[in-house]
Design a protein around this ligand. Sequence first.
Ligand code: PLP
Length: 415
Amino acid sequence: MRAPRPAPTWLRPDPGVQSAAMAIYLDHAATTPLRPDVLDAMLPYLTGEFGNPSSAHGFGRRARAALDEAHQRVAARIGGEAREIVFTSGGTEALNLGLKGAAWAGKARGHRIVTSAVEHHAVGHTLRHLEKFGFEIIELPVDRYGRVDPDAVESAITDKTILVSIMLANNEVGTIQPIAEIARRVHSHRGVLFAVDAVQAAPHLDLDVEALDVDLLALSAHKFEGPKGVGALYLRHGTHLVVQQQGGTQERHRRGGTENVAGAVGMATAYELACAERPETGKRLRRLRERLQKAILAVDGTELTGHPRERLPNHLSLIARDTDGNALTMSLDLAGIAASVGSACTTGSTEVSHVLTAMGYPDEEARGALRLSLGRTTTEAEIEEACVTVPRVVALMRTGHVAVAADPLGQEALA
Ligand code: PLP
């Protein structure tokens, strides 16, 4: 057997493992690390204060108080009321509950639902599911930057429309939609509800349900250093919803099941911290992102995807022509940089991104997608290193000098 060629120094592979030991984590759009202060806030509810909030005794009452307070704390940060928050198992469930619940509640009035072509699958697939039950789903196109035209939303609304669902910020390309403007158009039609997926936006944009004028809004804790598997649906008081999970009377009869008290406390704590630090964090991340963007876009054949200005401050997405995004992220992983092709949910699949397709990129270009997303814990030193490593790996992939796809362990990688 041929002896493996020594890996180039910049690859730093772990023995027998595909990724570097202490990689620089630039995939905060996929998930973020749990913040130590958040863990501290959660721990009592995973240990001594383990009561069921529905129990009448002291253990239960203390858990209930923490849960009630968590509703209040999240609501206060988005300009809502405690009773308008339903804690869920994450963003996906919040969107399933909100969209299916509102669709079924509105079925007697109409069956038409308007959305965009660039939604996360938690919205897109949920609406596709509703289509099987007779709902009509209108998917609006987007421009080259992934933006929805508010006029197109207005034109799509008929007297049969019951719901419009548009995301605030895109998970793959970071583009921010003109949500307040879209809301104005939606609400000029009586009885049409407006749902917003704010999962990616929540850590970075100030959310005020009154200013945005939304009826339903989805959040997910693990995008802002909270625990995974916890989210919330904001549901404007008076909005009818057909419950999707039967059982007990928890969450004001809107979601049966014993509540995740520690998760709710963790989410509230993480969100408060994220909101308090947002101006400072946003400024720093934008500066670091711009530095990284400049370094990578200096490589021939690369192009920024998404809106150049109306985008999340931490988010950098691009296309490296004549490369394969999956192979590129594997090469980066071996080089000590954790990035992704776009959406964590489609990583490793051969499907090209529906977002880039909707933005007009042909398949062969969309295949070279790369997403780097920074977070509060990203350091200057990490970006300094990424500014050297990422352009080098991208350039090598473009010239065909790295062949990780055929050699996942990187043992045959050529420098
Ligand atoms: N919506 C968007 C825009 C997302 O990016 C994600 C997750 O990546 C979700 C919804 C789903 O959230 P969760 O992972 O909490 O189910």
